[in-house]
Design a protein around this ligand. Structure first.
Ligand SMILES: [Zn+2]
Length: 402
């Protein structure tokens, strides 16, 4: 089947014929008055290749016939961008390289061709080549801002966080737009990398940079708490995990399991009970978040948390369709506790099999907390589900009903 680009190329050949290109070059046509001008051999060959759907060969003949000059350059750009849009990247690259090869190209047209070629490389996954061109364009061209934006994307993909910071800072100056959030995350990435290789001094310094002069991010606090935990600085770790929860942030799903682990290791869960008790008095709405976090992470044996789970199970209207926990144990506390444990264990399995986080911008779901959404590439847009996905539970149940 001929592709859209083959038709486009065929259209260009027809236009060439109409404009007289096929009949020799401009200015040479009327050399011998009265005699018909000779047919351009490249034109005929190109047309023949098109008829046989040999697009590459037809393209070569087009490039041979129609040199890049002020009259034809826009056609070359249009053809290149059409090939890229169609995913025919090799052809797009060929066209843009052909433009760049013209020795007397104006600076602005050269930049446009370099920018187009960089986008071809990006699309082809040739990140190194794309990076080189974007770096060149970022150093002084009308594509500076776009080139820096693309460089940030490439460095994010390559996990080259220091380069991403440098490009981001230049972009802030040139565009006048704040990249505080992105740059804070780049520093946190560096901190996590350093912590992974046990260079905790560097890790702490990177967190400091993530926070300095920028609004305090929750990720910074969480990363700093993890460093403290890994270096046995229990006091700092507890203070930061408490701060995250006290501020009622969505990161309770990450911080609460760590608090439970740390207090259990220290043998001081009574202290955790007291602080959670006080927190719930201040903010009763946290019951659901605590219960959900406990169910997903199999946290039990802390009475305040167990009470949140029980309250959550009794209040959840969808659950009542399956099991009447209220009346089940009215006269038998042991039976009621056993029923709750059973429901809780079933919910835990369900919660682990369904996504726990979802991007509030594009809806992308994942099991693990991801700081950058892999789909829309925005930072810090994922939020935890605060309840087990009963919709999917109901769906499965109705699927198995006769
Ligand atoms: Zn997203």
């Amino acid at each position: 089947m001929p592709t859209e680009s083959t038709f486009f190329l065929a259209g260009l050949f027809l236009l060439l014929a109409a404009a007289g290109w096929a009949l020799g070059r401009f200015g040479e046509r009327d050399a011998e008055e009265g005699a018909p001008p000779p047919l351009n051999i490249d034109y005929l060959k190109g047309l023949n290749f098109l008829l046989n759907e040999q697009t590459d060969q037809a393209l070569e003949h087009f490039l041979k016939m129609v040199r890049v000059d002020d009259r034809t350059i826009e056609t070359h750009f249009a053809l290149g961008s059409l090939f890229r849009r169609r995913g025919e990247i090799d052809r797009a690259i060929r066209i843009h390289q052909n433009i760049i090869a013209r020795p007397d190209l104006a600076a602005e047209q050269r930049d446009q061709a370099l920018f187009s070629l960089a986008k071809d490389y990006l699309r082809a996954g040739l990140l190194d080549r794309a990076e080189k061109l974007f770096v060149r364009l970022s150093q002084g061209s009308r594509y500076q801002v776009e080139a820096l934006e693309q460089l940030c994307r490439i460095y994010e993909q390559e996990h080259e966080w220091q380069k991403a910071i440098d490009a981001g800072q230049k972009l802030e100056v040139l565009s006048g737009r704040s990249l505080e959030l992105e740059i804070a995350h780049y520093y946190c990435e560096l901190a996590e990398q350093a912590a992974a290789s046990k260079d905790y001094t560097a890790a702490r310094a990177f967190v400091k940079k993530a926070q300095s002069g920028r609004p305090r991010t929750h990720r910074g606090a969480l990363t700093r708490a993890e460093i403290a935990r890994d270096t046995d600085d229990t006091k700092t770790a507890l203070r930061l995990y408490h701060r995250i929860i006290d501020e009622n942030t969505y990161l309770i799903t990450e911080a609460l399991p760590q608090l439970v682990k740390t207090y259990s290791k220290e043998g001081s869960t009574a202290e955790l009970e007291r602080s959670l008790d006080a927190l719930l008095k201040k903010n009763p709405g946290l019951t659901t978040d605590i219960a959900y976090t406990a169910i997903v992470n199999d946290i039990s044996g802390i009475s305040v948390i167990d009470a949140c789970v029980e309250e959550y199970l009794l209040k959840e209207p969808t659950l009542a369709e399956f099991v009447d926990l209220q009346s089940m144990g009215e006269h038998d506390e042991a039976r009621r506790a056993a029923a709750i444990a059973k429901v809780r264990s079933a919910l835990s399995k369900l919660a682990k099999a369904t996504p726990r986080y979802q991007c509030k911008e594009c809806g992308f779901s994942s099991q693990r907390l991801l700081w950058q959404c892999p789909s829309c590439k925005d930072w810090e847009t994922q939020r935890p589900h605060s309840r087990v996905q009963f919709d999917s539970l109901l769906q499965r149940s109705s699927d198995t009903r006769p």
